[in-house]
Every structure is written in C-alpha cells, then in structure tokens.
Design a protein around this ligand. Structure first.
Ligand SMILES: [Zn+2]
Length: 252
C-alpha cells in the first residue's frame, strides 16, 4: 500500500542506484528511518539533482510504503544547513560521525520525533560549538538515553547514595553507575573532572554542551566510556568511520 505524504528529513547517507537514480537513507520526523528513491536524480535535467546531500535537511514529499521498500521521492525542498558546517576537517569529521551514530542507532521504522529534533539541533550547532567534541558526546548521550541505555547519574545503583559532586565508577558492560567504594574491582573510575563533565553534558543537553570546552583527559575518558556503552547496548554499532579520520583527537 502506498500513500503520498510530506515529512521533514535529515539525509544520513546516499548511494547511486541503477543507471541514473540515487537512494538516500534518511531519518524522517514522523516516519522513522526510510530509504528514498530519487528517480533520475543523476540526470542534468532532474529537479532532484544535487539536492540529496548527507547532512542536508529537506522538506520531502514521497510515496510512503508500509512494506519497507524504497519510497519514491517526488519533492525535496532545498537543504538549509549552513555551508559553514563543512568548515574545518575536525568539524567535518564530527558532523559526519554524528550522522553515522544516528544511522546505526536508528533501527526499524519507529518514528521518534525526539531523535529527529536532537539530530537537527546537533547539525545546526556544530559550526558554532566552542568544543564540537562536547557537542558530539551530548548527541551520543541523548541517543543512548532515547534507547534507554544511558545510566542514571543521580544515585549509586548499589548503595543508593546520591552521586552529586562525587567521582563516578562506571561498568560499561552492565551500564551500572555507582560510587567509588561500591565500584571497586568491577568498575572504571572516572576522574573528578570527567565525572563533573559527564553530569554537565547529561543535564545541559546539546544546546549547552558545546559552549564549555573539555580537557584532553576528559575527552578521552568520556569518549571511551560512551564508545563502550554504544558497543554494549546498540546492536550493530561500530566506531564511526569518520572518527578514524580524526587521528589523535580522542582516545576512542
Ligand atoms: Zn555505592
């Protein structure tokens, strides 16, 4: 069954299809992750030529298929992500890594408007973030939280003691977060600075995350922890290719 619908979409990646077409894997706001078929989009005369770019946001009109097949795209309003988001190799890597994270974490066709809004906010904030890594970590925390895979940072999961201001001991395999004395032996203890930064990133969300820079050690500790949480809880996760390109920038 096919119905024609309109929806806002973030293009996660594209690939060539057939002689002259393009398929775009996109996250839509109301219909989840979909594959769009842009028929003839590689022809010079096509109105869809050049409009489907990874990281672009478009207002789309398409024939929605409920059977999981390709959704024929009929309209795609121009992407409006500022060109400056492509400035600088590091920001480009982080921008691309964010798309990869979302592509892997968004499985099935369940629409989640929270996820869409977070991705769009991330893309808009990358160009101006004081520390784009902090912004990227906030995106990862938000994606894990939506999936129910980010631990509570309020109280020790073993003894119940409040964790405010304390160093955190984290067991990434189980997602358990506790106080240092309960975590002795099994967990990995974060430095005081990393513990505070993790709480700040969790509380402040994306909008605040990029405004305060992380130190190198915090970046390594938090980046490594989030990587292990993803590996333990998100099926099919692997380190984004884009991060491999950013050599030496964090310890993941
Ligand atoms: Zn405890």
């Amino acid at each position: 069954m096919k119905t024609i619908v309109a929806d806002r979409a973030v293009v996660l990646r594209t690939y060539e299809y057939g002689e002259s077409s393009v398929v775009a894997v996109a996250l839509t706001r109301a219909h989840g992750k979909l594959r769009f078929l842009a028929k003839g989009a590689r022809r010079m005369s096509s109105p869809l030529r050049g409009v489907l770019l990874a990281g672009g946001v478009c207002e789309t009109v398409f024939y929605y298929r409920t059977d999981g097949g390709l959704n024929l795209l009929t309209e795609c309003g121009a992407a409006d992500i500022p060109a400056s988001s492509r400035d600088g190799l590091e920001r480009l890597c982080i921008f691309q890594a964010g798309l990869e994270i979302v592509d892997r974490a968004a499985v099935g066709r369940d629409a989640d408007e929270r996820l869409f809004d977070i991705v769009e906010a991330f893309m808009r904030l990358v160009p101006s973030a004081v520390d784009p890594w902090a912004l990227f970590f906030a995106l990862e925390i938000a994606v894990l939280s939506i999936a129910g895979s980010f631990p509570s940072l309020d109280a020790c999961s073993d003894c119940g003691k409040p964790l405010a201001g304390a160093r955190l001991s984290v067991d990434p395999a189980s997602g358990r977060v506790g106080c240092v004395s309960c975590g002795r032996g099994s967990g990995r203890t974060l430095s005081a600075a990393s513990s505070a930064a993790l709480v700040r990133l969790r509380r402040g969300g994306l909008r605040e995350a990029g405004s305060a820079p992380l130190g190198g050690d915090e970046r390594r500790e938090i980046g490594g922890l989030l990587h292990r949480l993803f590996a333990g809880h998100v099926e099919g996760y692997r380190l984004p290719n884009a991060l491999r390109l950013c050599k030496g920038v964090n310890g993941q």
